[in-house]
Write a new protein. Structure first.
Ligand code: GDP
Ligand code: MG
Length: 317
């Protein structure tokens, strides 16, 4: 890696007037191997005095959305801004002090060593007293699903405490407006970015989570994200699997009908013949949609490559 490395620590905020000063004060002022550390606050249209509090507490860069846009949007704006300001490494942390500044050197170490593009700080979910039994089970199940989809070894998929190399920051494109945590892991897996994991500590919650307002809402949002991102990167696989399942069911019904037909009892099974034919058509159509989606996904790959090259040039100056 080059010398004079710049680390930017970004903190997306929504109404964090009360916590931001303490969180900023907890961040390390120097780290071996890093020549400058700057902080970046992305205020998502807060209606309290988050911006003033952050500026008073010495934040280096503060951007503010006039209107609330969602955490994923703030996260992406942070990555783009940090890279435009010359960051070689970007750390994302929460404003409510859940994560510990003292863990940042450990978090960026795999990037400094040249071993990783993205590092996830993993909490020991079972030991978190603030998480209910159900939330712990869901976190583990969710991380398992993300592991299957992304082909990575992530254990704490929803951790927001992460480090990104400049390369990863230029490559990731989050389109959802709610969560970026799952989306970025799947993208890292699909884009062959090198992922590392480090174990981190955690401070007790100072307030309720604003992201997980209700568990059913959170589950449905997360499932939708996983489905969409999986379909975006593996469209042929996703659609042809669904299409094939329906097609096989239709074929079974058609074979059943043919059996009766040749046994001389065809007229009594017209209903199942119609149902079978419908399933065959629907299954085939879904597989065809997969082909169209695959063509669109190829375009996404080209567009992402162009965007990467544009950003790389644009942020160089
Ligand atoms: N930009 C933005 N940040 C948010 C939003 N909701 C929460 N945050 C920030 O994201 C971080 C994590 O939020 P939090 O409510 O603590 O959720 P938790 O991770 O489940 O504890 C904090 O820094 C919040 O200020 C939002 O809608 N937009
Ligand atoms: Mg929190």
């Amino acid at each position: 890696m080059k010398e004079n490395l710049k680390l930017i620590i970004q903190i997306p905020c929504l109404n964090e007037e009360e916590n931001i000063a303490k969180t900023l004060a907890d961040l390390p002022k120097e780290i071996a191997g890093i020549s400058s550390i700057e902080t970046l606050i992305i205020d998502d249209g807060s209606n309290d005095n988050t911006i003033i509090a952050a500026k008073n507490a010495g934040a280096d860069h503060v951007v503010s959305f006039k209107k609330h846009k969602g955490l994923a949007c703030a996260f992406m704006a942070g990555l783009n801004l940090a890279t435009s300001k010359g960051a070689d490494i970007i750390v994302n942390t929460d404003a409510d002090g859940q994560y510990r500044g003292e863990d940042i050197p450990k978090l960026i170490e795999p990037i400094l060593k040249g071993d990783a593009d993205m590092v996830i700080g993993q909490r020991d979910i079972e030991k978190i007293k603030d998480f209910s039994f159900i939330k712990k089970r869901l976190q583990r199940l969710g991380s398992w699903v993300v592991r299957q989809i992304s082909g990575t070894k992530v254990l704490d998929a929803t951790s927001g405490f992460r480090a990104y190399s400049r390369e990863a920051a230029l490559r990731l494109n989050v389109l959802s407006d709610y969560t970026y945590t799952i989306d970025t892991i799947i993208q890292a897996g699909k884009k062959d970015l090198a992922l590392s994991f480090v174990n981190i500590g955690r401070n007790p919650d100072v307030r309720r989570s604003r992201l997980i307002r209700s568990i059913p809402g959170y589950i449905s949002q997360s499932c939708a994200t996983m489905l969409r991102i999986h379909a975006a990167y593996e469209p042929l696989k996703t659609f042809s699997m669904v299409g094939a399942a329906i097609f096989i069911l239709g074929s079974a019904l058609a074979i059943r009908f043919l059996y009766f037909y040749f046994s001389g009892d065809g007229s009594g099974h017209i209903q199942s013949l119609i149902f079978g034919a419908v399933l065959l058509i629907v299954g085939f159509q879904i597989a065809m949609i997969g082909l169209a989606a695959d063509l669109i996904a190829n375009n996404r790959k080209l567009i992402e490559e162009s965007l990467y090259r544009i950003k790389k040039k644009e942020f160089l100056s």
